[in-house]
Design a protein around this ligand. Sequence first.
Ligand code: ATP
Ligand code: MG
Length: 253
Amino acid sequence: MKECMIKTKDLVKTFSSDGHDFNAVDHVNLEIYEEDFTVIMGRSGSGKSSLLYLMSGLDQMTSGDVFYGDLSLSSLNENKAARFRREEIGFVFQAVNLIPNLSLLDNITIAGFLTKRSRKDVEDEAHNLLSIMGLSNEKNRLPSMISGGQAQRAAIARSLINKPKVLFADEPTGSLNSSSTEVVLDTFSKINQELKKTIIMVTHDIKAAIRADRILFLKDGKVDGDIRLDCYHENDKINRENQVLEYLQAKGW
Ligand SMILES: Nc1ncnc2c1ncn2[C@@H]1O[C@H](COP(=O)(O)OP(=O)(O)OP(=O)(O)O)[C@@H](O)[C@H]1O
Ligand SMILES: [Mg+2]
């Protein structure tokens, strides 16, 4: 039985639109388990990104709370919240945002130098991550000299440099072609299965969803579905795609 890592309690995010308020995240109570690869799906506007930003501390909740063990995110002041995001959370977005005039290696280490670790420790970890991502030969290149898939893998390495407890990703394959998508997804599977990292990924892509241990389906800011899949194996892709597609279609995806 996997341990609970993150727990949301009556989590709400309210936005105003045309003079009236609505809950983009509407009293969500859920648990995320350690070492799980959780995928969040749902139609556009269902609140996936909003939920991800609240769970990772990137955005402030309107009410309710998010707990990492005993730590309550709502109780952190701005300093502590910034430190929490820097040291405990990794985040990968659709837009990669590597710094254009820095090499891949420097893009990764710079995120590590923001903490109190030694330079050597950060550099060793960066080389290790570049190797895991299959980017050792590209480490001295500028971001403009690599493919979209390589850039996303560099961004994943950057997100892991501070050994976060959990890796969040918001449509990380959204702007990649299908071959880059598979390589990036292989990287996520490896991070989950070999590095034992907890992953929470928002995606519209069925090919990404089949990598998950668990799929949460959001509708109107609420959790409307929660299924657990067998452990992912590469030679089971087609069956799994059919299984997930059937589930999503039943949900009105
Ligand atoms: N800053 C904001 N101000 C006002 N409304 C917002 C804001 N951010 C999001 N919303 C609204 O909240 C709802 C949920 O948005 P969210 O971005 O979480 O959806 P999503 O499921 O990630 O959608 P998509 O699949 O298109 O990325 C939408 O109706 C959106 O328009
Ligand atoms: Mg979104």
